[in-house]
Design a protein around this ligand. Sequence first.
Ligand SMILES: [Zn+2]
Length: 444
Amino acid sequence: MKLRAYQNELVEQVRQAWRAGYKAPCIVLPCGGGKSCIVAEMARRTTFNGKRVLFLVHRRELVEQIKKTFIRWGVDMKLCEVGMVQTITRRLKKLARPALIITDENHHSLAQSYKRIYEYFSDVPRVGVTATPVRLNGDGLGDVNDKLIVGVSAKWLIDNNCLAPYDYYAPDVADLTGLHVSHGEYMAAEIEKAMVKNTVFGDVIKYYKQLANGKKAVCYCASVRHSQRTADVFNENGIKAAHIDGSTPKAERDRIISAFRRGDITVLCNVDLISEGFDVPDCECAILLRPTKSLTLYIQQAMRCMRYRPDKRAVIIDHVGNYARFGMPDDDRQWSLEKKPKAQHKKQEQSDKVKQCPECFYTFSAPPAGVKICCPHCGYEFPTAERKLETDSSVGLVKVEGFKLDFSSPADCHTYPELLQYAKSHGYKSGWAYYQARQRGLIG
Ligand SMILES: [Zn+2]
């Protein structure tokens, strides 16, 4: 097995960082970028040279998964210890000294148990991997890492067919005002109540049928009861669904997951399987029903459905407005090791960057300022806000001029090529033009 070019590049950058005197770099790569292959390759090279590796995971369920990957990748498991952090902390004195410590899901590593391991082996080089190098409270990882090595972006992975492009809808956002936060997260019981009160259940079915009918979907719920109820409602509406959670007996869980893989179950409802370390099966649709304060959780849940079929569009249905807190899942983000990287400033930016169509709930990154905004899905034209014309800005003028040459709204386009040109000049995917043309009967 071989790494892709950008993955090799990351391994090389880690080596250079060590050589330059950094002790604990952290690789940042989006979900679907192949983090496990990269760490497997680093473990393989280390054990190939007869040196020991210590690999830290945060959930017991991950140990077997990782071991399987490592064996497939050719890691010499006699020299590689894969262990849950808590277990390793207790066994420190019995452990042979590693030449490399790898930390999976590096954003968890603030916990005391991680720090004890790092301090015990304080002169051993480390490397971490994560898609989101931030703590729940938004702090960077500067207390455990000394360098961030940022790989390709989610957009790059989509453009290079490693991840599926996606359509994002946010219909009927439940009213979340008045929800309390505990340990940095909304309280599940309150979300559950809000969900029932807002009668979101009926909408979940309606919009699934409208936007993703028949697609394998994973539903992320607020609580076990909420998840069970959601599965029931799907079943009552003739869509085969099942619920699983951390306490579902293993045999039952395996049965449900293989039924989902086969397609005998279409919708899988769960609370937090991803962060509990289970291998959530691939799907083409994510239904977000749990408002979260965690960027990590949001990205994990939203992007999972982009990994299954890079050749097909994935659908994300966000009923709880997570996009409004975090922006689009594949937004380019500025990561930092600092404690709180300009959180306030960022929040303001997010709400400006994302637009939602009032007609069809399609949710998308706003085009650059000055460009007329139309829904890429249904063509709805957003009313132009009263804007101060920056007459003294030549850049602004150029933009407007360039725009005049173009069609000023999709309604001005009367042929498929015109729509394609419109799409191109507005930064829309050509799929948008195709959809428009189909809807208007311009193409067969
Ligand atoms: Zn629309």
